[in-house]
Ligand binder design. Structure first.
Ligand code: SF4
Ligand code: F3S
Ligand code: ZN
Length: 103
């Protein structure tokens, strides 16, 4: 499961489409955590797609991650600023790859 303390345990490695990427990042096999308010551990996500289907405000978009061992697409929190903290994505992800911090 995603580490809920990732903001303390990781460092920002880069930015992607306006959100943080928390390292380590070593492409293509290690991709880190994308997003902060809505955080997706790309190294756990296996492209189930429930988060994209169920998010009421369409926070997620698919991004291509060729040659990643778990899946070749990931749910990117491209519009994390739109999140309404319903927690649906956290509940439906089968591998607990998502952390939402209502803060
Ligand atoms: Fe979308 Fe709700 Fe998840 Fe926020 S908590 S990203 S609104 S499903
Ligand atoms: Fe990935 Fe979980 Fe969404 S596996 S596609 S973050 S439901
Ligand atoms: Zn991203």
């Amino acid at each position: 499961a995603i580490d809920p303390e990732f903001e303390n345990n990781r460092e920002i490695a880069e930015e992607h489409e306006g959100h943080n990427v928390w390292g380590p990042v070593e492409e293509p096999e290690t991709l880190g955590i994308h997003g902060t308010h809505v955080a997706v551990d790309f190294d756990i996500c296996l492209a189930d797609g429930a988060c994209l289907e169920d998010c009421p405000v369409d926070v997620f978009e698919w991004v291509d991650t060729p040659d990643h061992p778990e899946s070749e697409i990931k749910a990117d929190p491209a519009h994390e600023d739109q999140c309404i903290d319903c927690m649906l994505c956290v509940d439906v992800c089968p591998v607990d790859a998502i952390d939402v911090d209502p803060g």
